[in-house]
Unconditional design. Structure first.
Length: 372
């Protein structure tokens, strides 16, 4: 399989190029070209871009030319627009034929569109449907997105956050094939708590991922299936990229120690994390903007109730009006029902519980979580 066939079949091309460049920097161009099934020229191209532009150089470049020597002059464009205004129902082909215009009908049509003389047709979301089909092909909990959300910019929640000392940040996990979502909270947004959240989810999936009937087995573990965690390039996940010698963050160490494939999206490209971003919009509209709380306990109780409602009951219009639970049962009917039930906790509480466990000197030893 060549580099280009691999490239055309993956969702995150940026992460693939990043790994190729990092491999080339460590082992050389020749070995990288063999490892990633491409040519030395391709490896050199992205090494050059990476050295000049950093992460931006690994993103797709627009293929449109920077200069168009045969572009229609301004006075000719004005003439075409005047003809269109005289004949509002005429298209580009008819204008060209009737007035013997020297430009092609596609060029004339471009002038009309750029100057709002043609009504925009309703776009067919072909790309969106194609992506949905790709997501359906993944196994349950194979491809997942993780992100952090600052809750202080939600007016309704902000007043309770200040008055009741509620957490400011939400860490979110979103599984792509069914839409299953988990989340937890903390007062700070850093790699320490991002790592704890990743560990919280990983331990839950590994302990609650067994089957329950008919002797059939479905294990959510790197030994039985490929598991992908995808994030943006936030410092809570990858640390400070400006440092000359960047060490791995706690989040990266936890993901790596659990043999999970970690992928990063291109810089300033939130659409690559659209699933988890969509969940952030949903929970803001349906929970934070409409709920009241008397105290912290009531907040966490309602947050837990919403998680159960979302994963077991709420119909998703983008997934055939089915909730994550129904989609999961269609994919893996023998999977434990409790797999969708992960209480949203305060990560500071989890850190204290881990420190109280005297068997481990620090949280970096990655102990198992207490039973919930």
């Amino acid at each position: 399989m060549t580099y280009y066939s691999i490239y055309s079949g993956i969702m995150n091309f940026f992460d693939y190029r990043l790994k190729m460049v990092q491999f080339a920097l460590e082992f050389g161009v020749t070995k990288a070209s063999k490892e990633f099934k491409t040519t030395r020229k391709t490896v050199y191209k992205y090494l050059k871009r990476y050295s000049k532009e950093g992460l931006e150089g690994l993103k797709n470049k627009p293929k449109i030319p920077k200069r168009i020597p045969h572009k229609i002059p301004k006075e000719d464009e004005d003439y075409i627009l005047s003809l269109r205004d005289r004949h509002p129902s005429w298209g580009a082909k008819r204008l060209k034929l009737r007035y013997k215009l020297k430009y092609s009908h596609t060029a004339i049509n471009r002038v009309l569109k750029q100057n709002q003389r043609i009504k925009k047709k309703k776009r067919k979301h072909i790309k969106k449907k194609e992506l949905q089909e790709i997501k359906r092909k993944y196994r349950a909990f194979e491809y997942n997105q993780i992100d952090a959300k600052d809750l202080s910019d939600i007016p309704q929640y902000w007043t309770y956050m200040k008055r009741l000392n509620l957490p400011r940040y939400q860490y979110t996990f979103r599984e792509l094939s069914t839409g299953t979502s988990f989340y937890a909270y903390s007062d700070e947004n850093n790699s320490y708590y991002a790592g704890l959240f990743a560990l919280y989810v990983i331990e839950h999936l590994s302990t609650r991922g067994g089957s329950v009937s008919d002797g059939k087995k479905y294990n959510i573990s790197p030994e039985t299936m490929k598991i992908i965690f995808q994030t943006d390039n936030g410092s809570e996940f990858i640390g400070n990229v400006r440092k000359k010698t960047r060490k791995k963050t706690l989040f990266e160490k936890i993901v790596e120690n659990n043999l999970i494939d970690y992928q990063r999206i291109p810089p300033r490209s939130p659409t690559f994390n659209s699933d988890v971003e969509t969940f952030h919009k949903i929970i803001e509209d349906e929970f934070y903007e409409c709920e009241d709380y008397q105290n912290k306990d009531e907040f966490f109780a309602k947050a837990y109730s919403y998680l159960l409602f979302f994963n077991y009951e709420r119909e998703n219009t983008n997934k055939d009006n089915k909730p994550p639970y129904q989609l999961l049962k269609e994919k893996e009917p023998y999977l434990n029902d409790k797999i969708l039930n992960l209480p949203p906790i305060r990560l500071e509480w989890l850190a204290e519980k881990m420190k109280e466990n005297k068997e481990y000197k620090s949280v970096y030893h990655l102990p198992l979580l207490p039973k919930i």
